[in-house]
Structures are given as C-alpha cells and as structure tokens.
Design a protein around this ligand. Structure first.
Ligand SMILES: C[S@@+](CC[C@H](N)C(=O)[O-])C[C@H]1O[C@@H](n2cnc3c(N)ncnc32)[C@H](O)[C@@H]1O
Length: 223
C-alpha cells in the first residue's frame, strides 16, 4: 500500500455544509413520498444525503470478494445517515443477482454508463478493483468543478502513479491520463486491511477526495 497515504475512519467523516439535499433520482411507486421519521430518528442529528453509485462489484453469486465488497456498501448505508440511494451497475450481473441486490435495497441500473456518471448531486462512487479505464472515464466526465461533488472509494491512484514512475508503462499513461493528472489535487486515504480474510476484497483501495480549487489547476497537458 502507498506509504505516504493517510488512514481514514469513515465513521468520522463530515459532510460539507454547502451540499444540498438530494431527492431520489427515479423510482418505484411511492418512492418520492416523504418518509415519516421514527421518534428515534428524530432525535438524531440531521445530515444532507448523497447518492452512492457502485460500479464493478462483480459476481456476488460466484465469488466471496464481491460479496465482502457489497457487505461494506450495505454496512456504510446502514451506519452513515448521509448516504441516500444506492445504485449498482456491473454488466456481468445476472437477473438473480440483480433481484438479490434490489432485495438489499439497491437500485440496479439498466444502462451501461461506462463510468461516465456526472456528479450533479453530491455522489459517493464505490468502484472496488475496477479497471483504470473506468476511473478515468468517471474523472473525465466530471473534469472541472464537478469533481468537488464526488468522493471515490476505489483503487489507489497513488499506486497507479507509482506504477507509471517505476515501469514507465505507456499503456497505463494512456488509459489513466485523468487519474495521473488529478493526483496532485487529490487527498488519498488508504484502506488498512487488518485481516488476511479481507485482503483480496480491499487491498490497494483508498478513499479519494478532490481539492476545492480543482477548477483552476486541472491540466491534462502536464502528464
Ligand atoms: C477486476 S473486476 C472486479 C470485480 C470485483 N469488484 C472484485 O474485486 O473482484 C472489474 C469489474 O468491473 C466490471 N465492469 C466492466 N465494465 C464496467 C462498466 N462499464 N460499468 C460497471 N462495471 C463494469 C466487470 O464486469 C468486473 O466485474
């Protein structure tokens, strides 16, 4: 794991006070009706909600790693009150896997966005061990001011940069142009895998936050 990256406990995350309330994007009958909060919920401090988009979860029927990664998403959704709708897309998901995801409260997307979702609402992207191209597409789609509206949990960008420096791989440079360019404006916090049981699911993964003055400094030509 990257040595200079810091460790973050997601429980202690705070939400930028400027962020706005996000209403459900699409929905089944009744989803847009305001939900009545229980007395316990009314006692809790209120936070604005944000979307969570999960790309590339993999086959939850076939492999333990995607199941562990999905478990983290569901735990975050349960524990962190600021997380709103959870949308999932992976082209390999079967109809059965999609139904399981829906039963767990996720919305399975029907369209392959190729990772190009624009964070017009504050959005948490969870992309466990996706290909570099997918992260790059996401960054390209949000290049500029919209980077401020997104947080990304996925492969360590610092590790991509180290690979480029070590192996001078032109393939990585080509597929990761935006990843490399955004590095100097990114605060990265690596996931510390405390047990070998979770290594396969969470190794080389980091939280990425993008600097507020991102607009002025984003220059692809510097790569
Ligand atoms: C390297 S696998 C990672 C799978 C799993 N998360 C893991 O760690 O084992 C990358 C995943 O990205 C998915 N993928 C490919 N293109 C995608 C796209 N356009 N949108 C979302 N997921 C995509 C693949 O189907 C695959 O399941």
């Amino acid at each position: 794991m990257a040595t200079s990256a810091k460790i973050l406990n997601p429980e202690t995350c705070t939400v930028n006070e400027d962020w706005t309330i996000v209403l459900p994007r699409r929905g089944k009958k009744g989803r847009n009706l305001p939900r009545i909060r229980t007395p316990e919920e009314q006692q809790k401090p209120w936070f604005p909600t944000e979307m969570m988009v999960i790309y590339g979860i993999g086959s939850i029927e076939s492999y333990e790693t995607p199941r562990l990664q999905l478990s983290l998403a569901i735990l975050m959704k349960r524990k962190l009150s600021w997380i709103g709708d959870v949308e999932v897309f992976d082209p390999i998901l079967s109809a059965t896997e999609s139904r399981v995801l829906e039963s767990l409260g996720c919305y399975v997307l029907l369209v392959n966005e190729q990772g190009r979702r624009c964070a017009i609402k504050p959005t948490l992207f969870y992309m466990p061990h996706c290909e570099a191209e997918l992260y790059d597409n996401l960054l390209q789609a949000n290049w500029g001011v919209m980077l401020k509206g997104m947080v990304l949990l996925g492969n360590s960008f610092e590790t991509y940069e180290q690979h480029v420096l070590e192996y001078k791989s032109s393939v990585i440079v080509d597929t990761a142009r935006h990843i490399l360019a955004v590095r100097k404006l990114t605060q990265e916090f690596s996931i510390n895998t405390v047990s070998d049981d979770y290594f396969a699911a969470f190794h080389d993964s980091s939280w990425h936050f993008f600097s507020p003055d991102v607009e002025a400094k984003l220059q692809l030509t510097e790569i």
